[in-house]
Design a protein around this ligand. Structure first.
Ligand SMILES: *[C@@H]1O[C@H](CO)[C@@H](O)[C@H](O)[C@H]1NC(C)=O
Ligand SMILES: *[C@@H]1O[C@H](CO)[C@@H](O)[C@H](O)[C@H]1NC(C)=O
Ligand SMILES: *[C@@H]1O[C@H](CO)[C@@H](O)[C@H](O)[C@H]1NC(C)=O
Ligand SMILES: [Fe+2]
Length: 472
């Protein structure tokens, strides 16, 4: 019988802190979920991934080595699971730049990205960036590299390599277009189960430009190696199109006494362009692409009137020019509107809605996406719980495929403002076809098929004349 030492050690640490997250895992009854998927490391290892050293498999004869390894691992805080050398994801930075983020086990790999518009060794451009790592209880992350590249042409395919060695794997991405049409894929509460895999397969066939994720990414829930496996699971998509995310409750990962900082892993691994949007926190920011202004809010940081986030939102909304970005979209994690019985009455929903609903309404926000509830629900335009033709459309899309299963109980009767609700895994697509019209579709994972189960045309409030009077 063989035991992988570091996994044993990590599992012990995990067991120790598991009690702290049970609360999240058992919040309501859901039908059985599909299994976890595991994305193995690639076998094509090279010199920058000396992971064999820690892949210590032991048998009876290896007992002494086990003891030695345990001592070293647990007491010298060098506990690191060795995974795939590279886990790339990209995100937009400003109008024409892209942040390339990847992780290596080798701390001597330089943060360099070579890129160009043609495939193959001789790239026209090269940029360098920074490298960092973080520690979490006994876990030490690999080296997290970030390089911002650009200026880039819109709607153009770029090829790139990460690290100095150009024999590394080639990746490619397409930049978003500079004008309409533009298509967003939207999915929350992703996790890493077989359902997640189905969802990702369907998204990958959608020809989307930018992915929006309203929180709850890996469901690592303090067990850090799951952040690494999540990185591997999403890499095929997240290395090809920008993934713009905001945080959910599963990103907090704060444990009293043991690890007192919040969002350690999330902030280290998913650096979003908050500096460029005048925000002082990675937990809330905005960006603009092809006539759309997207506001990413943080449900799990202070949102009260007068808080830094609140003040930032006021100033960000004031900067929006609807002649340049006719569409205005916001994302949160805990929904402000939901007729599901799950997660009712939480402060992040009720308190944040109370603090910020009026700001979004007065700014004529077109759509507000949320996650948290593991089901799909679309509302009509609402404001202060009443149907209102000048309010945002609220859409809960927390049905990416996480391991907690679905939230399938709803309050009855279905109120009029709830236009469509269904507890199935799936994803959404929002295509702004022009400055006035957008098509929203919800794609249910029907076994392995992607089926459009809900669709609606949206008109931007900017073009609705009797709503304009609200704008200053
Ligand atoms: C995801 O699904 C595809 C298609 O069904 C399959 O080939 C692949 O192995 C799955 N990936 C994982 C990690 O399970
Ligand atoms: C992006 O490029 C594709 C293929 O070259 C083209 O069909 C499409 O119209 C372009 N989109 C925009 C918005 O320019
Ligand atoms: C915008 O797209 C809609 C739907 O395709 C179409 O009916 C409308 O004429 C378009 N408007 C403009 C200004 O192109
Ligand atoms: Fe959540």
């Amino acid at each position: 019988m063989a035991i992988r030492v570091r996994e044993f050690c990590s599992a012990a640490a995990f067991a120790l802190v598991f009690a702290g997250v049970l609360r999240c895992a058992a919040s309501y009854d859901r039908p059985p979920s599909r299994g976890m998927v595991s994305v193995p490391r690639s076998d094509g290892r090279d010199s920058s991934s000396p992971d064999q050293a820690s892949d210590l498999w032991i048998d009876v004869n290896g007992f002494l080595i086990l003891v030695l390894e345990l001592l070293i691992s647990c007491f010298v805080h060098q506990l690191r699971l060795k995974w795939l050398k590279i886990k790339v994801h990209i995100s937009m930075v400003g109008k024409d730049k892209m942040r390339i983020s990847w992780i290596t086990e080798d701390f001597s790999t330089p943060a360099i990205v070579n890129y160009g518009t043609t495939k193959g060794g001789n790239y026209q451009y090269s940029s360098s960036g920074t490298s960092n790592s973080y520690e979490y209880v006994l876990y030490k992350s690999g080296e997290i590299h970030e390089v911002v590249i650009g200026p880039l042409l819109p709607n153009t395919t770029y090829h790139y390599t990460c690290g100095a060695d150009i024999t590394h794997e080639d990746f490619q991405f397409k930049t978003p277009p500079a004008q309409f049409p533009i298509k967003f894929a939207v999915v929350g509460d992703l996790g890493q189960t077989e359902w997640t895999n189905s969802t990702l397969q369907h998204i990958s066939g959608s020809n989307y430009d930018v992915l929006l994720l309203p929180g709850d990414l890996s469901y690592a829930d303090v067990y850090q190696p799951l952040w690494d496996s999540f990185g591997r699971l999403v890499e095929p998509l997240a290395s090809q199109r920008p993934w713009m995310v905001t945080q959910g409750n599963h990103e907090i990962e704060k444990i009293p006494i043991i690890h007192t900082h919040s969002f350690t892993s999330y902030n280290s691994r998913w650096h979003m362009p908050f500096e460029e949007s005048g925000s002082d926190s990675n937990l809330y920011y905005s960006f603009e692409v092809a006539g759309v202004h997207v506001i990413m809010l943080g449900s799990y940081t202070d949102f009260k009137n007068g808080s830094p986030q609140y003040n930032w939102l006021v100033s960000d909304l004031a900067k929006v020019d609807r002649n340049i970005t006719p569409w205005l979209v916001a994302l949160i994690h805990a929904p402000w509107y939901s007729t599901n019985t799950a997660h009712q009455g939480e402060e992040e929903s009720v308190g944040m809605k109370e603090a910020m609903e009026e700001l979004l309404y007065e700014a004529l926000v077109d759509v507000v996406f949320a996650g948290h509830i593991h089901a799909y629900e679309r509302f009509t335009r609402v404001y202060k719980d009443q149907a209102n033709p000048c309010g945002p459309v609220y859409i809960n899309i927390g049905d990416g495929g996480n391991r907690e299963g679905l939230a399938s109980e709803y309050t009855t009767p279905q109120p009029k403002i709830s236009a469509f609700r269904e507890a199935s895994f799936g994803h959404g697509e929002l295509e702004m076809v022009n400055a006035s019209y957008a098509r929203w579709t919800w794609h249910r994972n029907d076994d392995d098929q992607s089926v459009v189960a809900d669709s609606v045309w949206l008109r931007t409030l900017k073009s609705v004349s009797n709503c304009k009077q609200l704008m200053n």
